[in-house]
Design a protein around this ligand. Sequence first.
Ligand code: HEC
Length: 264
Amino acid sequence: MSLPLLVGLALAGLALVAFFGAVLWINLRRRPARPPEIPAGMRPGPADEVLERGLFERLLGWNVLFVLFFAAWIPALWLREPSQNVADDLDLVSRAVDRGRQWFLPSSPENPFGYGCANCHGMNAEGGTTRFTAPDGELVPNYPVPPLNNVCGGPNTGHPQIKSIEDIRTTIMEGRQPETPMPSWSVRFEGPMSDQQIEDLIRYLVSIQQGVPDDQNVCTNPSAVVAAATPEAGASPTPTGGEASPGAEESPAESPSPTPTPTG
Ligand code: HEC
């Protein structure tokens, strides 16, 4: 073999090796990097977690914002609640007082729902007189009717039988017939009025008290009950059952007159 042929063969061999080496190198290098030959529409997309992450984070961000927004109102409402409750109560009381006055006044075209307490007790509950036929048949033309604008004073203002607001309720519900002209007013005692109407009347009476200092007011001051009841305790043994509900069906024996005359 001649030297040029040897060199030529060696060069050719080197070229061959270089060629295949290059082919190998290019294939080994490019294959893994190359995406598979899948049409774009059919290629598997990013995983759900990756895709939803942004969405999730946006939603959670809004959640936090909304929670903070609503949380900010809780103290605002909560701090207003006590005064709001008081205002609601006062509103209910003032409406009850208005209704009570309506029931109290005589029936008229302007006040068709009047029950006429005022016919006996006076237009402003200042007291008055009424005709009365006593149980023995005697006609009393001017039977004295007590004022109610100081009834909460109890014995201190000339109402010996009133020692608590409960006594006022009982008197209105059951009346004091037949010994006196005071009719029964509760439907529970054959009268015309519901419990609510009687509560309204009591609210009204409490609202119009005159000359009754708070320490003597048995309607609004629970300790006044004791103060007023103590001197009278021996005189009148009527037990008043404390905080008894208006529906106390205690004394069915003393059946009141079946026909109260609400509008005189
Ligand atoms: C027919 C007249 C008459 C009417 C109507 C009348 N009352 Fe009387 N009321 C009397 C008389 C009389 C007395 C006093 C009874 C007695 O001597 O114990 C009295 C007593 C009372 C008492 C107790 C007062 C006290 O000093 O013990 C209350 C409370 C009362 N009435 C509320 C009412 C209310 C409320 C109405 C309307 C729903 C009403 N009365 C309607 C005649 C009447």
